[in-house]
Design a protein around this ligand. Structure first.
Ligand code: 8DG
Ligand code: MG
Length: 140
């Protein structure tokens, strides 16, 4: 099965709150919460894909200079193989206020330590750990 390259954003404001969105019921892994992002298109870098997806999906303005690679997760769902290319995205408070579900989906800013209360796709487990580690390192 072909592997789909997916750009995923851990968009963080105030060293604390992380943006999550609800996947539409009719999509792959539908009904679960996700970190915003989507497929990397041909001729696109991951930061370029993130900037585009964050604008299209959640109306969040971002700059590539505020993005840094966090981790990569290859994962094989029975029906789809993905490579999640996860980036940390620093967001300013004024930009954060603009975020909303531009495709009609629910979005929420959630304190990092509350993320475990939400249901994410199985591939996402290492992302939650990486977020806690990143915040522990950058706040010390
Ligand atoms: N964006 C995102 N995708 C995730 C996460 N976890 C996870 O397994 N995925 C999977 C689900 C999908 O199979 C794939 C992302 O595809 P997508 O449907 O968001 O792609 P897209 O935004 O380009 O949308 P479309 O072209 O399918 O309409 O990655 C996550 O946290 N965020
Ligand atoms: Mg998407």
């Amino acid at each position: 099965m072909k592997q789909v390259h997916v750009a995923v954003a851990v968009a963080c404001v105030n060293q604390r709150d992380i943006l999550i969105a609800k996947r539409p019921d009719d999509k792959h892994q539908g009904g679960l919460w996700e970190f915003p992002g989507g497929k990397v298109e041909a001729n696109e870098t991951v930061p370029q894909a993130l900037k585009r997806e964050l604008d299209e999906e959640v109306a969040l303005p971002t700059s590539e200079s505020n993005m840094a690679p966090l981790l990569q997760i290859p994962f094989e769902y029975p029906d789809k193989h993905v490579l999640l290319d996860v980036y940390w995205v620093e967001v300013g408070i004024n930009d954060a206020l603009l975020a909303h579900g531009a495709e009609g989906q629910k979005v929420r800013w959630v304190a990092a330590e509350e993320l475990a209360r939400f249901d994410f796709p199985a591939a996402n487990a290492p992302i939650l750990t990486a977020i806690q580690q990143h915040l522990a390192v950058t706040s010390s």
